[in-house]
Design a protein around this ligand. Structure first.
Ligand code: ATP
Ligand code: MN
Length: 527
């Protein structure tokens, strides 16, 4: 394949190599790649084992600049500096003996799909994008033509810290005008897929299509559920459901006709993965699957999924058809249910609550989750994260753009929205424990079979949402978190703290919201 149009003159270029070829390439040329007993290809991503949001840059250009939500998420970069980084990537790639080119689609609806080309040095990155993009048929590859977007991945080579606007040796730069993404100084594969998601988050609203950071599946009656949530809240886990067909685990769009997945594969967290709790994901790890940053026995090549010594963020990337009941093509009708997944480390939110459309908007704009962060030795504190639209890191337009489109669609299609806490129950951090996956699955089942919508609810006096009083398969006491705490007063104190954090965060959005949405948050007057 000839890459001179990109300024690349590498002697060996493998164009759309098959997984088998990429395995051989990885084993022969990448000292960090290995085969494990399940047949998956295990690789390490080096220094970076997660995304680098602070190092992401968007080129400021007259054509797009007025559309972009500039700030800490979309940090502007001038075109000249983009070209310096691009040149650095090209120069580095030209020192390599072999390169890989992967062509694929983003978006299962042919009307909106993007032709993407990935140019990279590491076979595992090529296999990752082969799995995560939609794989064109042989026929489609013949007629692929010129790509709409190109990723130049030189992640093994650092950015120059003295290049203007660089704050580290990592730089992930996106130009909507050049339709290119340049990666320097990070080999974390997830950076590529979320880069394409960012592109879709820019392009789709221009066409009146809502792009969303959510998983999706479909029930036997064709009813679609969306699972929104920040990292680790359960999108991939809960959307893999033996009773329902998987449409996708992370990125979708909502058009006038229904929903479609952007991707051709899944990227599952595999820390503590077990065949008992997550059988479908476990079975998807086989020949063709990329395992990133897992630890395995050098002799038996058995993976130890409990080992977090490289990172807690261990991952498996596989084509969506590796999930037994995937729905291909990955499209569905208008959603009947939407779940907002949150990991509440404060142990305050109920395992499930029903939201009014106004409350749904309030919580969508808030995008709450939390984690337990270790500070000083032995001291742990929950840390709230508010990430608009449950994916602020990937938004390009102001969150209201997406929120308005979601509100309109929920209203038009009568979609019911639920808030689901997959985090702590039974007490605060330190005393509470994560709600067992089996209970969350029982709640999700009850949403799907309609039981939960029929159950009587109690209105939470602080948060205002309706909390179901019972659910088959879940101990009743768990549904009202105040009852699970040893001290109800301690619960009230913590709940007030969380309510204030919600209110504080919402201040920056209040002026731009309708009165109804602004009033749909926690009620501070009652505290
Ligand atoms: P990302 O956006 O990073 O892909 P995600 O929302 O897809 O994140 P998952 O990969 O589903 O997150 O991760 C959820 C993790 O939490 C899994 O490892 C799962 O086993 C674990 N888990 C434990 N208890 C629960 C629960 N009650 N509900 C959901 N997940 C749970
Ligand atoms: Mn996921």
């Amino acid at each position: 394949m000839d890459l001179t149009a990109y300024g690349l003159h590498v002697p060996q270029v493998l164009h759309n190599p098959s997984p088998a070829v990429l395995y051989e390439e990885a084993i022969r040329f990448d000292p960090q790649a290995a085969l494990v007993s399940s047949g998956a290809l295990a690789c390490t991503s080096g220094r970076k084992t997660g995304r680098s949001p602070a190092d992401k840059r968007i080129v400021e250009h007259p054509e797009s600049q007025d559309h972009i939500w500039w700030g800490p998420i979309n940090i502007p970069l001038d075109e000249h500096t983009f070209l310096i980084n691009r040149e650095r990537a090209i120069d580095y790639l030209n020192t390599r003996a072999r390169l890989y080119v992967v062509d694929g689609f983003a978006g299962w609806d042919p009307k909106y799909r993007l032709k993407v080309r990935v140019i990279c040095e590491r076979p595992y990155h090529a296999l990752f994008m082969h799995n995560l993009l939609i794989r064109p048929s042989t026929e489609e590859l013949i007629h692929f033509g010129e790509p709409d977007y190109v990723i130049l991945n030189a992640g093994r080579f650092p950015a120059n810290r003295y290049t203007s606007h660089m704050t580290s040796q990592t730089s992930v730069d996106l130009s909507f005008e050049r339709r290119e993404m340049v990666i320097l100084g990070t080999e974390y594969a997830g950076e590529m897929k979320k880069g394409i998601f960012t592109v879709m988050n820019y392009l789709m609203p221009l066409k009146g299509v809502l792009s969303m950071h959510c998983a999706a599946n479909e029930g036997p009656r064709g009813d679609v559920t969306l699972f929104f949530g920040l990292s680790g809240t359960g999108k991939t886990t809960l959307s893999a459901d033996p009773q329902r067909r998987l449409i996708g685990d992370d990125e979708h769009c909502w058009t006038d006709e229904g929903i479609f997945n952007i991707e051709g594969g899944c990227y599952a967290k595999v820390i503590h993965l077990s065949p008992e709790h997550e059988p479908q994901i476990y079975r998807a790890i086989r020949f063709g699957t990329v395992l990133e940053n897992v630890v395995f026995d050098p002799q038996t090549r058995q993976v130890d999924y409990a080992d977090a010594s490289i990172t807690e963020n261990t991952r498996a990337a596989y084509p969506i058809e590796f999930i037994d009941n995937a729905k291909i093509p990955c499209r569905g009708g208008h959603p009947s249910n939407i779940l907002f997944l949150t990991y509440d480390a404060f142990g305050v939110l109920p395992p499930v609550a029903r939201l009014t459309p106004e409350q749904a908007m309030y919580h969508f704009i808030s995008g709450y989750t939390a984690k337990v962060a270790g500070t000083e030795v032995g001291v742990t504190e929950p840390q709230a994260t508010f990430s608009a639209c449950f994916g602020a890191a990937f938004l390009v337009w102001h969150p209201f753009k997406y929120a308005e489109m979601l509100a309109e669609r929920i209203r038009r299609h009568g979609t019911q929205v639920w808030l689901v806490n997959t985090g702590l129950t039974g007490g605060p951090y330190g005393q509470g424990r994560r709600i067992p996956l089996a209970y969350t699955r029982a709640l999700v089942d009850a949403i799907h079979n309609g039981t939960l919508a029929q159950v009587p609810t109690e209105v939470d006096e602080r948060f205002g949402f309706a909390v179901p009083v019972r659910c088959p398969g879940v101990p009743e006491v768990l549904l009202q978190p105040r009852n699970t705490w040893e001290s109800p007063e301690a619960y009230d104190e913590m709940a007030n703290r969380l309510a204030r954090l919600f209110a504080q965060n919402f201040e920056k959005y209040r002026a731009g919201c309708t009165q109804e949405v602004a009033a749909a948050g926690p009620c501070l007057a009652r505290m």
